[in-house]
Ligand binder design. Structure first.
Ligand SMILES: NC(=O)c1ccc[n+]([C@@H]2O[C@H](COP(=O)([O-])OP(=O)(O)OC[C@H]3O[C@@H](n4cnc5c(N)ncnc54)[C@H](O)[C@@H]3O)[C@@H](O)[C@H]2O)c1
Length: 280
């Protein structure tokens, strides 16, 4: 079912790597809803990933950029406006990476060079993107800028490591710049806090299977998958959410409001030995 929600809208989608990526699903959904856009990822990801297939499928041009490099971002914004024929209506930041997670450096033993990179790639790049777009006046009035976050920004979830700190910063940037971009140019800035999802980035998190199973059991609606997330992003890019800004929007089947569900409690009880309860 399509509703033409994004007919006439132009955008840039950062972070599609393969068909598991949330950004990939957003590109498919935005295409279905009538948007035109460019795709961007690191030069390596553009060469090694499956992005060409998505570009073909959605009639999009690929513009490589390291999102931590302001010159690269300027080039993506400028080239996108040329290719698409005008200023932009939406930007998706779907970018995250932690070398500490990749190299299995746990939180009480972080490598600080990696930590700085985590923050730069996963959070400060969002500021760089917004600031560059703001200075270039690249976004139309009522445009929508989105990044993807995770509830580890508010609550500690074992194994999420320094990405939790990056997400907290990401959400703060959305609020701080959301005020300025909204005040000066009537552009929205939000983050969507998504359920844990099987993707390349998601699968790197320690204990991801348990995390996904736990939040599935805890959420009354079950986990939101990447396709569900894509549909929410489309709504956030559409004119139906013109006055939503500076928000962290939970898209998690209700997980963020739960304490303990019956389903999770039943599973938890199964794993207790008969006399364990005495020790709690
Ligand atoms: N998968 C989950 O469980 C989950 C849950 C909540 C939020 N998120 C967030 O969703 C976003 C997308 O992740 P995903 O799960 O689709 O995984 P993914 O691995 O498919 O996407 C991450 C993308 O970031 C890109 N990237 C890394 N370094 C970059 C750089 N320097 N410049 C530009 N791009 C760079 C990668 O190439 C990749 O395309 C991330 O911000 C992630 O933290 C994911």
């Amino acid at each position: 079912m399509t509703y033409n929600l994004l007919k006439g809208k132009r955008g840039i989608i950062f972070g599609a790597l393969n068909d598991k990526s949330i950004a990939w699903k957003v590109a498919e959904a935005a295409h279905r809803e009538g948007a035109i856009f460019t795709l961007s990822n690191t030069p390596v990801a553009c060469r090694m990933g499956d992005l060409q297939d998505l570009a073909k499928q959605t009639n999009s041009e690929i513009i490589p950029a390291d999102a931590t490099n302001v010159k690269d971002i300027e080039n993506v914004l400028k080239t996108s406006m040329e290719v698409l024929g005008g200023k932009l209506d939406f930007l998706l930041h779907s970018i995250g990476m932690s070398l500490n997670v990749r190299k299995k450096r746990e939180y009480p033993d972080l490598d600080y060079n990696y930590f700085t990179k985590t923050l730069d790639i996963s959070a400060i790049s969002f500021h760089k993107l917004i600031q560059t777009a703001y200075k270039m006046d690249a976004v139309n009035k009522w445009g929508s800028i989105l990044a993807l976050s995770y509830i580890a920004a508010q609550r500690t979830l074992s194994g999420y490591n320094d990405m939790a700190d990056a997400k907290a910063l990401l959400e703060s940037i959305a609020r701080s710049f959301g005020y300025i971009f909204g005040r000066d140019k009537k552009v929205r800035v939000n983050t969507i806090s998504q359920s844990p999802t099987y993707t390349t980035a998601g699968s790197g998190v320690k204990g991801v299977d348990g995390l996904i199973d736990f939040s599935e059991r805890m959420s009354p609606l079950g986990n939101a998958d990447a396709d569900d997330c894509a549909e929410y992003c489309v709504v956030m890019f559409s004119d139906f959410t013109k006055k939503v800004t500076m928000q962290n929007l939970y898209h998690d089947g209700g997980f963020s409001s739960m304490g303990m569900s019956l389903q999770a409690m039943m599973q938890y009880n199964k794993s207790l030995k008969p006399d364990d309860s005495q020790d709690i």
